[in-house]
Design a protein around this ligand. Structure first.
Ligand SMILES: NC(=O)c1ccc[n+]([C@@H]2O[C@H](COP(=O)([O-])OP(=O)(O)OC[C@H]3O[C@@H](n4cnc5c(N)ncnc54)[C@H](OP(=O)(O)O)[C@@H]3O)[C@@H](O)[C@H]2O)c1
Length: 336
């Protein structure tokens, strides 16, 4: 401590004698340096620290994990890995046939005896039906994963997004999470334990022009999760949003995994191992956290422009591919 006090004393002496602008610049530099150091420390803390043990969320009591959008992609992986850890699981998705396939697949790989239940409900029409079906199961809910969500088919200006899609996006990305959380919290409070993971997106970290609606719904998820995390942190309930960038699923349309694009299994493994390590906002995949941290270091308007530039390029490529596919389909039709 003594050397630090000595350095601060020397700095103060220097500032006292320095011309005003030099002193001002030095102060600004010091604040920037300090915030970078804290940012860096937080980054390493997140990735070196192990997450909360999931068993505290009712594993021994036979509690259930409820996972939405669980028949495919990231949601199916949450359902599978939570079942592998010994939780009973309720899978919620739109289509019963895809749910049945997912349940059979998960059941086939289990070493522990758990119960898997499936609820088919179209959450784009609201969450009332899903809540009624969940009520009928009369379960102890230890974990809720609000995963269901949709995005754009391709980046586009907002007026080109069909209104039906806008409404479905609000219902799936916002209403489903808000209502199912409202449904689960009293049950969790009753048992004095609970974990709520809200699947947000890297697109929430700065506004994403050409994905305006998606990015805004996911920003809601972050704000909602942060506020709830404070409200319930002394009640044994942990709430967090996870903010992945690309993951290899139908939604991203990316098939090949890489360092920056994990498959759902790797992403969910990281998420479940790191619960709580990032506070209320968790970017458990290392490369995604690097990407998010770089965005956070940039001036806000620069970050938004950068994202816009990327999305303009993605849109151009997607439109070119669409045109080529249509041309090919036309040619095939003519030769038949
Ligand atoms: N993949 C990525 O790169 C990425 C990146 C950032 C964030 N995320 C977020 O991660 C979450 C999961 O995405 P994903 O990539 O795993 O998506 P996905 O592979 O397309 O899976 C979506 C799941 O949601 C279900 N679903 C779709 N519409 C539904 C509806 N109307 N009612 C009920 N269930 C419905 C699907 O079931 P059906 O088979 O019945 O349609 C499926 O089980 C989303 O919130 C997404 O925003 C994904």
């Amino acid at each position: 401590m003594a050397p630090l006090i000595h350095v601060v004393y020397k700095v103060l002496l220097f500032l006292q004698d320095a011309p005003f602008f030099l002193a001002l610049l030095s102060c600004l530099g010091f604040v920037l340096l300090l915030s970078s150091v804290f940012g860096l420390l937080g980054f390493f803390r997140r990735h070196l620290r192990s997450g909360k043990s999931l068993s505290r969320y009712g594993l021994k009591d036979g509690a259930y994990a409820v996972v939405t959008g669980a028949s495919d992609g990231i949601g199916k992986e949450y359902a599978k890995q939570l079942a592998q850890k010994g939780f009973n699981v309720v899978l919620v998705s739109r289509k019963l046939d895809s749910l049945d396939v997912a349940v059979t697949e998960i059941q086939g790989r289990l070493k522990k005896q758990v119960t898997l239940k499936a609820i088919a409900s179209d959450l784009s029409q609201g969450a009332e039906d899903a809540k009624n079906q969940l009520d009928q199961l009369n379960i102890d809910v230890g974990i809720l994963v609000n995963n269901v969500g949709i995005s754009y088919d391709l980046p586009a200006p907002y007026h080109e997004l069909p209104l039906e899609r806008v409404r479905a996006m609000v219902n799936l990305n916002v209403t489903a999470a808000a209502e199912l959380t409202h449904w689960a919290l009293p049950k969790m409070l009753d048992k004095k334990r609970g974990l709520i993971i809200n699947v947000s997106s890297g697109s929430s970290l700065v506004p994403a022009p050409f994905l305006a609606m998606y990015s805004a719904t996911k920003a809601f998820v972050n704000t909602f999760s942060e506020a709830l995390a404070y409200e319930y942190r002394n009640s044994g309930i942990h709430v967090e949003a996870v903010t992945p960038f690309h993951v290899t699923t139908k939604l991203s349309k990316i098939r090949r995994k890489s360092l920056t694009v994990p498959d759902p299994a790797a992403f969910v493994r990281a998420s479940l191992a790191k619960v709580g390590s990032g506070g209320f906002l968790n970017n458990p995949w290392f490369a995604h956290d690097v990407m998010g941290s770089v965005l956070a270091l940039l001036p806000h308007s620069r970050a938004v422009s950068l994202v816009f530039g990327e999305l303009k390029t993605t849109r151009k490529r997607a439109l070119a591919k669409k045109a080529a596919d249509e041309k090919k389909a036309d040619a095939e039709k003519k030769t038949k």
